[in-house]
Design a protein around this ligand. Structure first.
Ligand SMILES: [Zn+2]
Length: 429
């Protein structure tokens, strides 16, 4: 063993001891660490299934819990603690509205926006509280339709945002689509025709507790804020749905400390139950769940590397959405079955929506395409273009839902410039 190896080991052990979580310190349950990027290290990190954050200057950054740190030290894997360079936001200086999260929406800002839309467009927009989060925040849905207070015999489509706390752009896209639809009804004939013939539902924040935690305490927070029996926090809401829940320990984790912890049982969490009960009470023709990052449209199955029996329809819908997005800003998304990405996923929203409820369902992993382009951190200047291209996809999907419901026939040609992916480098977020 070389001297440098010994130094690395000693350093790793020392760093590990210094980094041991202290029970009194809420942030102590996770740290940001970095690794020198080598092909061998990439394989190692994939095997360990660490919660990768980004890549910068030849180093790979990840969020790790106490058990991850223990494994890294036991396996003598060299790493550096970067937590001090990623300071948690203090919860004490929150008075400045819009400061800490910039152009991105917080829970309170979304709540205010929804109520403002309802007030400004009382015949078009209606706010519904579909359930409470663990910490008692409201999970809101906004209905957009003509005769919004009547349940009409029309196509229904639902757009879900922010299952994962740190994916802030996944709040902005649905809430900004909502404003666009409501505010253009009077002036845009296409949107008027669309809302006259459909009921569009938008749930901008499925995980309000996590979002607030990510904004005000810890930017990299992913899960909800469940206090687990082992003292760790959080269930991954996008692993908590009932269809093939816990199918294996690759697509979700039984370990509460894991970033992809699936919870103690299917629908153990009030946030996923709220979505379940809301969807069960409606008759949706299509569902989109927004996440980031990867710049790809994914569809079932996610829990196995096999295509769904309705694969042709799913590919038709995804490829057409990709085509509309490319026409909007020139940005090309990939698309394909979720299980074809590097990791399978079990207990997620879309497998459940299609497998249990029969709804064609899509996870749109918003830009950027990879860690090198910013990972979870979208440029504020990109919020509007990302919203625009996703509006184009959403409008097309709503029109498809209307047409397919009225004609019960799916036809037409695929108009995509994207490619059905067999990419092996997509990490499902
Ligand atoms: Zn996500």
């Amino acid at each position: 063993m070389s001297t440098s190896s010994v130094i690395w080991i000693l350093t790793s052990i020392l760093v590990f001891l210094l980094a041991l979580p202290s029970p009194a310190q809420d942030l102590g349950d996770h740290d940001v660490v970095s690794f020198a990027k080598t092909p061998e290290m990439v394989r190692t990190l994939q095997r360990l299934q660490l919660d990768l954050l980004m890549e910068k200057d030849g180093r790979i950054y990840a969020v790790v819990g106490g058990r991850d740190l223990l494994r890294l030290s036991q396996e003598l894997i060299p790493f550096a603690i970067e937590t001090p360079d990623f300071p948690p936001y203090s919860g004490k200086h929150m008075a400045v509205q819009g400061g800490i999260n910039g152009e991105f929406y917080s829970y309170k800002e979304v709540e205010a926006e929804l109520l403002a839309l309802e007030q400004a467009y009382p015949t078009l927009a209606r706010v519904v509280d579909i359930g409470d989060s663990l910490e008692g925040r409201n999970i809101y849905a906004l209905k957009l339709s003509d005769n919004v207070h009547m349940d009409e015999d029309e196509a229904e489509v639902v757009f879900l945002g922010c299952h994962h706390a740190r994916e802030w752009i996944a709040v902005d896209v649905p809430i900004r689509i909502a404003r666009h639809l409501a505010s253009h009804y009077a002036s845009d004939a296409r949107i008027q025709a669309l809302l006259d013939r459909s009921e569009v539902w938008i749930v901008p924040i499925v995980n309000p507790d996590g979002l607030e935690y990510s904004i005000y305490v810890y930017r990299y927070w992913r899960k909800n804020r469940r206090f687990n029996t082992d003292g760790s926090y959080g269930v991954d809401l996008n692993r908590n749905y009932s269809f093939q829940w816990g199918y294996d320990n690759t697509g979700s984790s039984p370990n509460p400390d894991s970033a992809i912890y699936r919870g103690t049982g299917p629908f153990s969490e009030p946030e996923s139950r709220a979505v379940r009960d809301f969807v069960a009470a409606h008759n949706f023709q299509a569902l989109i769940s927004y996440h980031n990052y990867s710049q790809i449209i994914l569809y079932p199955w996610g829990y196995i590397k096999e295509v769904h029996p309705e694969d042709e329809l799913l590919e038709y819908l995804a490829s057409n959405m990709v085509g509309r997005m490319a026409q909007s800003n020139g940005r090309v998304y990939d698309y394909g079955p979720a299980g074809d990405s590097l990791y399978t996923t079990n207990g997620d929203t879309t497998d459940w929506a299609l497998g249990a409820e029969g709804i064609p369902a899509f996870t749109i992993e918003l830009p950027p395409p990879d860690q090198a382009h910013g990972g979870f951190f979208n440029d504020e200047d990109d919020i509007v273009p990302i919203t625009q291209e996703n509006l184009a996809a959403a409008l097309w999907l709503i029109e498809w839902a209307i047409d397919s419901r009225e004609s019960r026939v799916v036809n037409g040609t695929v108009e995509s410039t994207g490619r059905r992916t067999r990419r092996q480098d997509v990490r499902r977020r």
